[in-house]
Design a binder for this molecule. Structure first.
Ligand code: ISE
Length: 335
């Protein structure tokens, strides 16, 4: 059987997901592409053997030739599109963030609760990366005892025009928030953001870099370096400190060279290169789940809880204080 997938959003991530679904995922065919800019939708649809293009995401969701939906449009449109897909009882893989406000995330939770079955998956692709999975297996397997501290480094070479200080949290650190919750299996209860000395390489008005501290329900302290204009490449590092040892994410795939008294290797250019394998696993496991009638990846609850932490961190950015995270009660659907 084949899942007929409609992709909403033909920008960088939408086009990337179309390409991944078409070339690397079995059991799926992209039948429709939507974008507010119909010419952009047509250009991406033209890369496929048989796909229609539209300027209307809601029409794509309603279309009988679409069984399941990928949402990769502008962040502000995510919640409405996810709710429409849920109401049409079509599984939806929604890029992060689930919605740019906690209130809009709650609307998605309510829509799912009304069905009531899981139809929404959120695009936290790091959970599908081999290295991150090995880190979790090591911790869950008891290799270093209980987790005490987690050090995260999240560096981008540069940012697109219009990137703002709060987006360092809402666009970037959201991944580290999600990994923290998933890896440690605990909610985050408080956060404090520290702005470091500002790099001269940051565009006007961007407070880069920052250190985001997260505190979990069981007392693990997590520090996340967010540095979005580091210049040298895309650099993700993790070290978990346990009671009897540490677990570190291994270095990227690629060849390391020892030659002429030097030791060096490649640094990925961006997140699409670094996480190409993770995006493939994410979409393959989503398609397999859709075919089996079960969506099991990062849930709308994960999208909601991550957004709640992100909002608290943005508040801390402006206030300079520690901010507590308040969550609604977790609905039984996400037990
Ligand atoms: C980008 O939007 C992503 O989602 C990447 O995974 C992240 O590393 C990057 O910082 C974001 O800007």
């Amino acid at each position: 059987m084949t899942v007929r997938v409609g992709v909403i959003g033909a920008g960088i991530m939408g086009a990337d997901h179309v390409n991944t679904l078409h070339r690397h995922v079995s059991g799926a065919a992209v039948t429709m592409v939507a974008d507010l800019d119909p010419a952009r939708a047509r250009a991406v649809a033209a890369t496929l053997p048989e796909a229609r293009a539209t300027g209307d995401g809601l029409a794509l969701i309603a279309d009988p030739a679409v069984d399941a939906v990928v949402v990769a449009s502008a962040d502000a449109t995510h919640a409405d599109l996810a709710v429409a897909a849920v109401q049409a009882r079509k599984p939806v893989m929604c890029e992060k963030p689930l919605a740019p406000t906690v209130g809009a995330c709650v609307r998605v939770l309510e829509a799912e609760a009304a069905k009531p079955r899981r139809l929404v998956q959120v695009g936290f692709m790091r959970r599908y990366d081999d290295g991150f999975r090995a880190l979790k297996d090591g911790l869950d397997g008891g290799r270093v005892g209980q987790a005490l501290l987690l050090h995260c480094r999240h560096r981008n070479p540069d940012v697109p025009p219009g990137f703002t200080t709060d987006m360092m949290i809402t666009d970037s650190v959201v991944h580290d928030i999600d990994v923290t919750r998933w890896l440690l299996g605990q909610e985050i209860v408080a956060t404090t953001v520290y702005k470091a000395r500002r790099t001269s390489k940051a565009p006007e008005g961007l407070a880069d870099p920052q250190m985001v501290v997260l505190e979990t329900a069981e007392g693990v302290v997590v520090d996340v370096e967010s540095f979005v204009t580091c210049q040298f490449g895309y650099d993700i590092r993790y070290e978990l400190v346990g009671e009897t040892g540490t677990l570190s994410l291994s270095e990227q795939a690629g060849v390391l060279v020892r030659q002429d008294g030097q030791y060096h290797g490649p640094i990925p250019a961006d997140y699409r290169e670094r996480f190409a394998g993770a995006y493939q696993h994410e979409l393959q496991e989503w398609v397999d789940g859709v075919l089996a009638g079960q969506v099991i990846g990062p849930s709308a609850w994960d999208g909601y809880a991550t957004q709640a932490v992100a909002e608290a961190a943005v508040e801390s950015q402006t206030k300079g204080d520690r901010v507590q995270v308040e969550l609604v009660e977790r609905p039984p659907l996400y037990a």
